[in-house]
Design a protein around this ligand. Sequence first.
Ligand code: GDP
Ligand code: MG
Length: 706
Amino acid sequence: MLKIALAGNANCGKTTLFNALTGSNQFVGNWPGVTVERKTGILKKHPEVVIDDLPGIYSLSPYSLEEVVSRKYLIEQRPDVIVNVLDGTNLERNLYLTLQLMETGIPMICAVNMMDLLKKQGKKINLKKLAYMLGVPVVGISALKKTNLDKLITLMQHEPAAYEFPQYDDRLESALAMIGEQLTGIVPADSVRFYAIKFFEKDERIWQQIELDASRKAKITELIQMAEKIFDDECESIIANVRYDYLARIIDMCVIDKDDFAMTLSDYVDLVVTNRILALPIFVLVMWAVYYLSIQTLGTMGTDWVNDVLFGKYIPDTAESLLNSWQVASWMKSLIIDGIIGGVGSVLGFLPQIAVLFLCLGILEDCGYIARVAFVMDRIFHKFNLSGKSFIPLLISTGCGVPGVMSTRTIESEKDRKMTIMLTTFMPCSAKLTIIGLIAGTFFKGKSWVAPSAYFIGMIAVVCSGIFLKKTRLFAGPTQPFVMELPAYHLPKVSNVLRYSYERSIAFVKKAGTIIFASVVMIWFLSTFNYKMQIVPQSQSVLKTIGSIFVPLFKPLGFGDWHACAAIFAGLIAKENCISTIQVTFGNPSTHVFNQLMVSHFSNFGAYAFLVFNMLCAPCFAAIGAMNKEFGDYRWTLRAVTYQTVVAYLFALLIYQSSLIIGGHYTWLNVLAVIFVLLISLYALVLKKPKTEFDGQQAQVMEEGI
Ligand code: GDP
Ligand code: MG
C-alpha cells in the first residue's frame, strides 16, 4: 500500500485532481473526531495506491481547524508521499505552504497546476529550475484538462528521494539545530526539524503536546530569546521572513511574467519620467516647482502675513499694551516682546511655507512620484558605487534628520549604513527651510532658483561625499543591490496629503513652543547683558563677545559677523535658532528694518554662503544624538560631525570666494582660496588613492580626505 496525501491551498485544484486520479473509486468521510470533510480514494488502475485529499490550507500553523487536522495527519500518520498541488498562477503564495510541507521531511512531489491558465496569461515557470532549487520533483499539470497526469502518476509510484530541508539564514539555522538537540529522543527522529521550527515559533499546541522537562524548556526559551535579539524581531515573524526571503529568490529565478512587459498608462508615464536622459531634468523641474510654490509664492503670502501682521503688529501690540497696563519692568517687557515674541515669531513665520512644502511633497509621495525618484537616484548612485538604499534616508531627512538617520537601519551593509548616517543630514530638513526662506526672501527676491538650489546642494554634497568616501578604506566595499517595486501612479488621497503636511507642521509648531522658546530666552539674555550682569546695548553683550571670537574664522565665507556666528552656534540646538537669533540680536526690528539691516551686514553671496554652511554643517543636537545612537560609538559621531562641518566650510568658501571673483572684486588671496578648494575636490573625487597608502588608521584617512 502506498499512502499519498494531496496538500495545497484552497482552490488550487486539489479536488479536481483528486477526482481525475481516482475516478469513481472514492469515499467521503470525516476526519476522526472532527467534522472536516475527508475524501479518500484509490488511484485508477492502481489499487495499491490510496490517495487522501487534505483540506485546503495555507500553513501548518494552528490558525484554523483545517490546518490543525492536516498537520496532525501529516505528522502522526506520515503518508508515504505528499503531492503538493500548487496554483501556478499564484506561485509565490502557494510555495509558502510548500516550504512548510518540506519541513516535515515527508517525500514530496510538487504538482504545479493550472498550466493551461498560465499559458493563457502569458506567464512561464521554469519547472526544471524550480525542481532544482526546491530539491523535489516538480511536474506541471492541468487537473482540469487532465494533461501530464500520467507523468505525475509515474512519479508517485516511484517514491521520490529524500530532499534537503530548505536552509534559511545561518543564524536561524544554528538556533534551530540547538533546539533540535534538545528534542532528540523525545520526538520522532524524522520530525525533529518540524518540531524545532514549531517550538521556535512558540506554537502553543506543540509546546503543550510535547512534554519536556523544565530545563529543556528553559534552554529552548533562552535560544529563542537570543535569536529574537539577534534578528531584532519576534520569533514568528523571523520564520515568516526567512521563508519569504527564500521564496523571493526562487520566484525571481523561476517565473517569467509577460505581464511585466504589458504596458499600462503608468508604464508610459514612466517611460518619460524615469527616462535615462529626461529623469534628472524632470526631477529638478519638479523640485523647483515645489520650492517655487512654497518659498516663492503661495507659502510666502502666508509667511508675509504672519511676519508683518500677526507677529509684526497684532501680537506685539497687544502684548505691549497688556504689559504697560500691568506696569511690567522694561527689561521684562523687552524679554517678552523682543526676545520671546520676536524670536519665536520669526520662526513661526515660516509655518505657512513649511505647510505648503510638505503639502507638495505629500502629493508627490502619495501619487507615486517619490518612488520613481528613488529609482532614478539609485541608477545615478550606482554609477558611483553607492547604494540606492541610501536614498530613502535622504528623502526622510527632508522632513527631519532624526528619523532620517534612524531609517538607515534598513541598510544591511554596515559600511554603507555608516556612510549614509554621515551624509543624510546634508539634506534640508524643515528647520533648515527657515534659513532657506529667510535668505531667499531677503536677498534673492524673485529669484526662484535659490530655494531649490539648497536642496540640490544637499544632494550634490551627498553624492560627492559618497564618491570620495567610498574610496577610503573606512567605506570601501561592494555596493548592495537595491530592489524596489514601483507602485502604479494614482491620484493622491487628500486625507493622506493633509495628514502628512499637518504632522510636519504640528511638529514644527511644537518645537517653536519648546526648544526654540527656551533658546530665544537664552539668546535674549546673552545679547542683553554683559558679564557684569548689566543691561547693555547688544554691541557690548556677552553674545557679541562670544560671537566675535569666531568672526575671523567665518570671514572668508562672507559672514564674518558676530550675529551670524552666534546664529550658527544657536543653530546647533535647533536650526530654527539661526533665524530667531539674528532677529533677536538685531533687536527684533520690523520686517522692513530687518531686511535693511541684513542687507547692510551681508552681501548676497555672503548670505548664500551662510545658508549653504548651515545646510551642510553639523546638524542639531537631536540629530547628532540620533547619529551617535546609530553609530554606537562616539568616535564615529565625532568623525561624522567633523566631516560635515569641514565639507560645509569648503562649500561655503568656494561659493563666496567664487562670487567675489565673478563679481570682479578680488585679490590673489581669493583666487588662491578657490584653487585650494577645487584642488581638494579634484583630489577627493577624481584621483584614486592606492589602497596601500592608507595604513588603516581611520582618523588619518579622514584627515587626508579633508
Ligand atoms: P480545491 O479547493 O483545491 O479542491 O480546488 P478545486 O479542485 O475545487 O478547484 C478550484 C477551481 O479551479 C475550480 O473551478 C476548478 O475547475 C479550477 N481548476 C482546477 N484545476 C484547474 C486547471 O488545471 N486549469 C484550470 N483552468 N482550472 C482548474
Ligand atoms: Mg476541494
